[in-house]
Ligand binder design. Structure first.
Ligand SMILES: NC(=O)c1ccc[n+]([C@@H]2O[C@H](COP(=O)([O-])OP(=O)(O)OC[C@H]3O[C@@H](n4cnc5c(N)ncnc54)[C@H](OP(=O)(O)O)[C@@H]3O)[C@@H](O)[C@H]2O)c1
Length: 342
C-alpha cells in the first residue's frame, strides 16, 4: 500500500459509500488518510470506521485539496460536477454513477475483467465503472464466452430497492409498515408502490425510447467492456423493481455460439474465481439474494438447457449490488489506478 496515498470517499453517507468504507477497513486502509465527504446536508455527521469515528465534511475544492484518489459514490448529476472538480485538484477519480459510462473518452473499467485498461494511457484522470447488473452479466458471461462463444444474452434483472440508495430503502420500509397496518402507502421514489408489488421500471425511460436508462446501460456497457475481448454479445433485457432490500436476482438466457451440455457449462462457470456455483436444485441449493449479501463472488445456479435449442443456456444468478456491484469495483479500480493495490 502506498503510505502517502490520501483517499476521499464522496457520498460516504450513502448505500454504496457505506460499503466502500467497509471494504477499505477490510484492507486496513488507515483512517488518518481517509476523508469522508458528502453534501452539505450531512456536514458534521459521524461515521464509524473500525474503532475510529470520522466526521463528514461537505465536498468542495477545499476539502479535496491534497487528496490523491477520489472515489465518487454520488448520483450522476453530482458526479458530473464533482469529477472535474476533483480532477482539477490533481486527484485520480473513479466514478460509480452512470455519468461517464457512455463517454468514449473515459475508460469504462470492470476490475478483474478489463483491468488492463487502467494501465493504458488515457486522457484525463477519470475512470468510470459499470452498473451492478452489467458487473454481474459480464462476469457470468466471460467464462462461457471463452469456452463456447456467446452470441446473445437476455436478462431479467430483479432489483432490490437499495439500487435507489437510502431513499429506496426507506420507501420500502415505510410502505411495508403502512400496508401491514392496513394503510395505503404513498409512492415517492418509485413510480408505483413497490411494497408487496413488482414494478417493471427501474429509473427513468430514455428520451423517445421504450427502454429505461438502466436497461439501455447494460447493452452499451457490455458492448464497451466486451470490445476488449474482440467478441461482443448482444445484451438486452428488462429491469424490474422488487420488494427486497439488498441483492439483485438475474434470470439469464444465453445463446452460445456452439451447443454445450449443461455439465460443460457448469465446469466453465466453476473455473471462474469471481463466481460461486450453487446448483443442487433437488437439495434446494440455488442462488438467493439473502445468501449473497457481503459476498464478493456472484452466485449462479439453476443451469438448464433443452434439446430443441441446445445452444441456449438458462440460469439464475444473484449479486450483492452495493458491495460486489459497486463498492468493490470502486476500491479495486481506485487502488490500482493510484498504484496502491499491493
Ligand atoms: N446502490 C447500488 O446498488 C448502486 C450500484 C451501482 C452503482 N450505484 C451508483 O452509486 C451512486 C450512489 O448510490 P447510492 O445507492 O449510494 O445512493 P445514496 O444512498 O442516495 O447516497 C448518495 C450519496 O451521495 C451524496 N450526495 C448526493 N448529492 C451530492 C452532492 N451534490 N454533493 C456531494 N454529495 C452528494 C449523498 O450525501 P447526503 O447524504 O449528504 O445527501 C450520499 O452520501 C449512484 O450514482 C448510483 O447510481 C449504486
Amino acid at each position: 500500500m502506498n503510505e502517502n496515498l490520501r483517499i476521499a470517499v464522496v457520498g460516504a453517507t450513502g448505500v454504496v459509500g457505506t460499503e466502500v468504507l467497509s471494504t477499505l477497513l477490510l484492507r486496513d486502509f488507515p483512517a488518518e488518510q481517509l476523508s469522508v465527504l458528502a453534501s452539505e446536508r450531512s456536514e458534521g455527521e459521524e461515521l464509524a470506521y473500525g474503532e475510529e469515528t470520522l466526521e463528514v465534511e461537505p465536498v468542495s475544492a477545499e476539502t479535496l485539496r491534497g487528496i490523491g484518489l477520489v472515489l465518487l459514490a454520488t448520483p450522476a448529476d453530482a458526479s458530473r460536477t464533482l469529477a472535474p472538480l476533483a480532477q482539477a485538484a490533481g486527484a485520480w477519480v473513479v466514478d460509480v454513477s452512470s455519468a461517464f459510462r457512455a463517454d468514449g473518452t473515459v475508460p469504462l473499467v470492470l476490475p478483474g475483467f478489463n483491468s488492463e485498461a487502467l494501465g493504458t494511457p488515457f486522457k484525463g484522470r477519470i475512470v468510470s465503472l459499470p452498473s451492478a447488473v452489467t458487473t454481474a452479466v459480464a462476469t457470468l458471461v466471460e467464462p462461457l464466452r471463452q469456452a463456447f462463444g456467446v452470441a446473445q444474452v437476455q436478462v431479467t434483472a430483479l432489483m432490490g430497492v437499495s439500487s435507489s440508495g437510502q431513499r429506496g430503502l426507506k420507501e420500502l420500509e415505510q410502505q411495508t409498515s403502512a400496508l401491514l397496518s392496513g394503510r395505503e402507502p404513498e409512492a415517492h421514489v418509485f413510480p408505483h408502490r413497490v411494497g408487496f408489488n413488482l414494478v417493471p421500471q427501474v429509473g427513468p425511460f430514455m428520451a423517445n425510447s421504450p427502454w429505461t436508462e438502466e436497461e439501455a446501460g447494460w447493452t452499451l456497457e457490455c458492448a464497451r467492456l466486451f470490445a476488449s475481448k474482440g467478441e461482443v454479445p448482444v445484451v438486452a433485457g428488462t429491469a424490474v423493481q422488487v420488494p427486497t432490500f439488498f441483492g439483485h436476482g438475474l434470470s439469464l438466457h444465453v445463446r452460445l455460439k456452439k451447443p454445450a451440455p449443461v455439465d460443460q457449462a457448469r465446469a466453465a462457470l466453476k473455473g471462474s474465481p469471481a463466481l460461486k456455483v450453487l446448483d443442487s436444485p433437488t437439495e434446494k441449493v440455488y442462488p438467493l439474494p439473502s445468501l449473497v449479501t457481503a459476498d464478493p463472488t456472484i452466485h449462479v445456479g439453476r443451469l438448464r438447457s433443452f434439446p430443441q435449442a441446445p445452444e441456449w443456456l438458462t440460469l439464475f444468478a444473484t449479486v450483492d449490488n452495493a458491495g460486489r456491484g459497486a463498492a468493490l469495483n470502486l476500491v479495486e479500480a481506485g487502488l490500482r489506478l493510484a498504484g496502491s493495490d499491493s
